[in-house]
Write a protein that binds this ligand. Structure first.
Ligand SMILES: Cc1ncc(COP(=O)(O)O)c(C=O)c1O
Length: 414
């Protein structure tokens, strides 16, 4: 114990996020503040926007941070695009699809879901049939849903939506930086993320990007707060405004844009964190980082399988950065997690809804998509499983993971 200062116990966070923050990001967050209109702050904001254009692989001018956790980014996108009564289609394959439905409903939208059982993804033709019938203004979908570990294919979905006059929004919180993602090439109109998964940062900042078509929709509802408007500015009637002030992307764009119209006070330390997360990813190279997640995720999956655990969900559509392993019959899943944490300081994830008590979710993402983190987790889990009465083949998990990592290193690598 210390004299009351924050002193969390050492942990290896191998759940579905958050994960251990990259030390470079922690260092960036400890930098002293500057005023929100300080020229250096303006420069940092512009740089951050440009960095996230690269991270999202987009030319969208409208690329900003929403201050809040990833859910704030989701909510900002939906509340800014949707008016009460607008039709929305939500392809849903897990908890976060249900969240999109709930948020869209709270915006007053008329929501139609296209649902598949957890562990599957939604086929494009099934989405198309519903979009053709409903003619929605927006299709809102999760890319990687950590609740089921499934990765919804988005390539082709943008064209599909545009053929029917709909905008495409995707929640890429859990997938960005660890799985292939192409905002412009896949025709997305809006995307939002968080830092605490593959980007190696803490929760608390939500990068958002909007296409010109999405900005046009928001422009139709732009409103300047009465206290900062000048003569030429329009303040819309209350019922025409975006139904949230804090999450009004029109106002946030005015704050990040050339007018620098004050909205909230930018969360400076989180901006520094978000900026460093993007720099880390771009320094490594997005394709290299995606491949690192693929490789270490595959090693973790092979290790879990070799420990005798069945893996959940359609193997063709698993996210690279999180895998769900079925809890063996007769084993108390929560007791295993508690012992992993108490004895080894390692956290793996529980699960929600229909999967509660059925699977553990094990992440290999961001700073923790590393060989030592994978191998330590598998070695510790083997011990805990054996103590829980599971007949685990000694050393099999680590062995299988090492084999995958070595094979993937290619010839000539020691
Ligand atoms: C796909 C997805 N969307 C949204 C969220 C919500 O993120 P936050 O808890 O940062 O608000 C999560 C968190 O796990 C997520 O995995």
């Amino acid at each position: 114990m210390t004299d009351g200062q924050v002193a969390p116990p050492p942990r290896l966070l191998m759940g579905p996020g958050p994960i251990n923050v990259d030390p470079r990001v922690l260092r960036a967050m400890s930098a002293q503040l500057v005023g929100q209109f300080d020229p250096s702050m303006t420069t940092y904001m512009q740089e951050t926007a440009e960095l996230y254009r690269q991270v999202f692989r987009t030319a969208n001018e409208a690329t900003v941070l929403v201050d809040g956790t990833a859910r704030a980014g989701v909510e900002a996108a939906l509340v800014s695009l949707l008016r009460p009564g607008d039709r929305v289609v939500v392809p849903s394959f897990g908890r976060f699809g249900l969240l999109l439905r709930e948020i869209a409903e709270r915006c007053g939208a008329a929501v139609t879901t296209v649902e598949v059982p957890w562990g599957e993804v939604v086929p494009l033709d099934q989405i198309e049939a519903v979009v053709a019938e409903v003619e929605p203004k927006v299709v809102a979908v999760v890319h990687g849903d950590t609740s089921t570990t499934m990765l919804q294919p988005l390539d082709g979905l943008g064209d599909l939506c545009h053929r029917y006059g709909a905008l495409l929004y995707a929640d890429v919180t859990a997938s960005l930086g660890g799985n292939p993602f192409e905002m412009d090439a896949w025709g997305l109109d809006a995307a939002s993320a968080g830092l605490q998964k593959c980007l190696g940062g803490p929760p608390g900042s939500a990068p958002v990007s909007l296409s010109a078509a999405a900005v046009e929709v928001i422009d139709g509802r732009r409103s300047i707060e009465a206290g900062i408007a000048d003569g030429g500015d329009e303040t819309l009637a209350a019922d025409a405004r975006i139904r949230s002030n804090y999450l009004d992307l029109g106002m946030i764009l005015d704050y990040w844009g050339p007018r620098r119209l004050n909205h909230h006070t930018e969360a400076t330390s989180m901006l520094f964190a978000a900026r460093e997360c993007a720099r880390l990813l771009l320094d490594e190279g997005i394709d290299t980082a995606v491949d690192r997640h693929r490789r270490h995720g595959a090693a973790m999956a092979a290790g879990l399988w070799a420990l005798g655990l069945d893996l959940f969900g359609d193997p063709a559509h698993r996210m690279a950065n999180v895998v769900a392993a079925r809890i063996p019959d007769g084993v108390d899943g929560e007791a295993v997690r508690a012992e992993l944490l108490a004895r080894f300081g390692i956290e793996i994830g529980t699960s929600f809804g229909p999967l509660h008590g059925q699977v553990w979710r094990v992440g290999t993402m961001g700073y923790n998509a590393r060989a030592d983190a994978v191998l330590t987790t598998l070695a510790a889990l083997e011990q805990v499983l054996r103590r829980a009465g599971v007949a685990v083949p000694p050393g099999a998990g680590v062995d299988a993971a090492v084999t995958v990592l070595d094979e993937d290193d290619g010839p000539g690598t020691p």
